[in-house]
Design a protein around this ligand. Structure first.
Ligand SMILES: Cc1ncc(COP(=O)(O)O)c(C=O)c1O
Length: 433
């Protein structure tokens, strides 16, 4: 037990509580109607989370009036920042023609074609309201298509609120017949398929674990999953809800791997609620309502006017391949810089990730699966998180950073300087190399 670390954390927490009385009060008031004042588990942390009042570009303001550089970007959904002019104009335009039109619209097909252009593996696709829903639907169609029941998932993976595989069994999960493999361990998948192959409908995998710690899948591991899925007649589902932003065509394009089904969401809805699932035509064609054996997939808001407009504006007017590549290069450079600071200060921590996505871990050892993080000291990450808040930088308490388009070189400099100051200040109480 590192008492000095505990003391430093307590002092930082006390300053945090003193600086943010309005956020504390708002949580107490919210708790009269919502359990613990919370409607989104990831956002809670002790003693209380910040309540934000406003966002602009890549900046946020909390209810006590502090300004932050937003390095979290709504867990990747705010790729466009908080006030992109093209997206705001598209939403205003859509609003002027009326909400909730009770029918098909031209915009949904345009957005579908734009997503298909980027992800040609989605020969046919359908919309939902969240990444969670997209994964639920992809699993359902994989089971319907194969007539099989089991699903291979990875320990530590996150595919949504009811598809959570970190930290042991969850009573909140949907009751599919899941079998568990280890991330980046192809042998563990081979063994499962040797035992259960004819019963397995799908392998559901994130090309990089997102919530599990932005741990990249090895190219050979992901290519190996493709080969195993083909060999066993299993649907390979790439959950690209987070990783689709790593290139114009997502991580599947970077690795030249064609999954059977892909799911995505987040920024693809322009910053509004969104999910999408799609894949090979013969699988997805089952949803064609003109077929006598059609699968049904309802959802009042699947084609909601504002998301369709915002998503389309983002993809057609803002998110070019060049803009995405520049953002991901900026992220790679930032991650290297932050890791150099940790190495220079001999602190036993590191950021893992790819491109514009990264997560801080309390170990400098190689991290290939969440099991490699067992026993690391969460207090060290907490101390860095609160120390950065004091320095005007907002990231996820779990250590995640997701850069947005307005987050440019100057913002990276500001973040890197604040990080260096925080690490220098606390280096003696943080884990040492
Ligand atoms: C890889 C992955 N899949 C699915 C989801 C769920 O998406 P949503 O929060 O939109 O339901 C997330 C959310 O963070 C995610 O990171």
């Amino acid at each position: 037990m590192n008492d000095a670390l505990s003391h430093a954390l307590e002092a930082t927490l006390a300053r945090y509580a003193a600086r943010n009385p309005t956020s504390a009060r708002l949580l107490d008031e919210a708790a009269t109607a919502m359990p613990g004042g919370n409607t989104r588990s990831v956002l809670f942390h002790p003693p209380f989370p910040l309540a934000m009042s406003r966002g602009e570009g890549c900046r946020l303001w909390d209810e006590d009036g502090h300004a932050y550089l937003d390095a979290l970007g709504e867990f990747t959904a705010a790729l466009y920042g908080h006030s992109n002019a093209h997206i705001r104009a598209a939403i205003a335009d859509a609003l002027s023609a009326g909400l909730n039109l009770s029918s098909h619209t031209a915009r949904e097909a345009a957005l579908a074609r734009e997503i298909q252009r980027r992800f040609p593996g989605m020969a046919l696709l359908r919309f939902a309201n969240s990444g969670t829903e997209a994964n639920l639907l992809a699993l359902a169609v994989a089971k319907a298509h194969t007539g099989r029941g089991k699903v291979v998932v990875f320990e530590g993976a996150y595919h949504g609120g009811v598809l959570t595989f970190g930290g042991g069994p969850s009573p909140m999960n949907v009751p599919h017949d899941f079998v568990f493999a280890r991330y980046n361990d192809l042998g563990s998948v081979q063994a499962l398929l040797a035992d259960h192959g004819p019963d397995v409908a799908a392998i559901l995998v994130e090309p990089m674990l997102g919530a599990g710690g932005t741990i990249p899948g090895d190219p050979a591991f992901l290519a190996g999953l493709r080969a195993l899925a083909t060999e066993h007649g299993v649907q390979l589902i790439f959950d690209e809800v987070m990783t689709s932003r790593l290139s114009f065509g997502g991580r599947q394009a970077l690795l030249d791997i064609a999954p059977d089904l892909t799911t995505a969401g987040k920024y693809l809805g322009g910053g509004l609620s969104f999910g999408v699932f799609g894949g090979r035509a013969e699988v997805m064609a089952r949803f064609d309502p003109r077929r006598p054996d059609a699968l049904a997939h309802a959802g009042t808001f699947n084609n909601n006017v504002l998301t369709m407009a915002a998503g389309l504006a983002g993809l057609t007017q803002v998110l070019t391949a060049e803009a995405l590549d520049a953002l991901n290069r900026r992220g790679d450079a930032l991650r290297e810089r932050l890791n150099a600071t940790l190495a220079d200060q001999a602190v036993d921590m590191q950021f893992t990730g790819l491109g514009s996505l990264m997560t801080l871990h309390a170990t400098a050892r190689p991290v290939r699966s969440p099991a490699d993080l067992a026993g690391t000291d969460g207090r060290a990450k907490d101390l860095v998180f609160f120390a950065l808040l004091e320095r005007g930088i907002f990231m996820a308490r779990r250590g995640m950073i997701a850069l947005s388009l307005p987050f440019g070189d100057a913002e990276c400099d500001t973040l890197a300087a604040a990080f260096e100051d925080a690490i220098r200040t606390h280096r003696d109480v943080l884990p040492r190399r």
